[in-house]
Design a binder for this molecule. Sequence first.
Ligand code: SME
Length: 160
Amino acid sequence: MYDFRPAAQTAKPELYHDLLQAAEALTAGERDGVANMANVAALLWEFLDEVNWTGFYRMVEGELVLGPFVGRPACIRIPVGQGVCGAAAKSGATQLVEDVHAFPGHIACDGDTRSELVVPVLRGGAVIAVMDLDSPALGRFDAEDRAGIEALATMLAERI
Ligand code: SME
C-alpha cells in the first residue's frame, strides 16, 4: 500500500520537498510513462489544496494530447501556441496565470477554473509534455508552487 500523505499545515517548500520524494519513490524503476504520469497526477491531487485539475498533456506528433489527470473531463487536443498549455509547449517556459480570464486565448475546459500553472517537461531540450494544475481560486499559484512543480518536471523527464 502506498501511503503518501502531506503533513497538515506544512509550509510550501517542505510540502513540495515531500511531494518530490513521494513522486520519486512512486516512479522509481517503473518504465511505463503513462503509469508514472497517472500516479503523479493523483499525488498532486492529494498533496495540493484548492486544485480542480492536475495532470499532463503529452506532445504527440506536434500537438498536445490529453494524458493522465485527475479532475473533470478535459479538452483532448491543444495546438502548440494555443491556450496556457500551448504557450508553455511553444516557449518551453512555465506559465503562471493568476487570472485565466486575463490570459488571451485561455482554453476553458472547466468554467470554474480561475488560475493555472503549466510547467513544460523537457528532455534533451525538447518539450515532451506539460504538467497542468488548475484552481478555482484566483491567484492560487505563486513562485513556490512554480519552483516545486518545476523540480518535479525535471525529475520526471526521464520517467514519462
Ligand atoms: N486551460 C488550459 C487547457 C487545459 S485544461 O485547463 C485541463 C489551457 O488554456 O491551455
